[in-house]
Design a protein around this ligand. Structure first.
Ligand SMILES: [Fe+2]
Length: 186
């Protein structure tokens, strides 16, 4: 690849082509050469989302999960692509239980993502994510909209599996806690 992904993600990932299929090909190609992505973005140093591009039509960020960090089940309400360039992500996919009050979900499948894996997620996908290994993960995430400004997203209580409005502040707190644990060697 050789291009500075951080400087021109639009060029590298071809966001002007926007269709999910085109982005999927480009993400697959990018993470197919994980060394190039690491050269462009650097080795992950900190848990968090390193936003490369944010627009009403597209969001691209590098997601770094802290060791053994877990994000509760949530939806995106837009198509998404995840491509791993370092470390691992374990995804559990969930589905709503038909006619169940409270929007409860049940596990529907799982996918263990490793370096070079790239997966498309449909706009109705509900997933939870865990980094199962003792070092930071790195994945390119592409979303078909403004990931940070989509109203009406949901998350699910990890204990009761009941639906509630997505809480961005709670997600930020999860990252802060994971960073503190990681930096204290915990
Ligand atoms: Fe997600």
């Amino acid at each position: 690849m050789g291009l500075a992904l951080k400087e021109r993600p639009d060029v590298v990932l071809g966001y002007h082509l926007v269709p999910a299929a085109a982005s999927a090909l480009l993400v697959a190609r990018a993470v197919g050469a994980p060394g190039d992505v690491l050269a462009g973005l650097g080795t992950p140093q900190r848990a968090g989302l390193d936003v490369l591009l944010r627009s009403p039509a597209l969001t691209i960020f590098a997601a770094h999960w802290a060791p053994r960090m877990s994000l509760p089940a949530h939806d995106h309400r837009m198509w998404a692509l995840i491509g791993i360039y370092t470390g691992r992500e374990d995804n559990i996919f969930w589905r709503r239980i038909k006619d169940e009050a409270g929007g409860r979900i049940e596990a529907a499948g799982a996918k263990a993502l490793a370096v070079k894996d790239a997966v498309p997620l449909g706009k109705d996908i509900i997933h939870s994510v865990t980094n199962p290994i003792p070092r930071l993960s790195g994945a390119i995430h592409v979303y078909g909209g403004d990931f940070f400004a989509t109203a009406g997203r949901s998350e699910w209580d990890p204990e009761t599996l009941r639906e509630r409005p997505f809480d961005l502040e709670a997600a930020r707190a999860t990252f802060r806690e994971a960073i503190a644990r990681f930096e204290s060697g915990g």
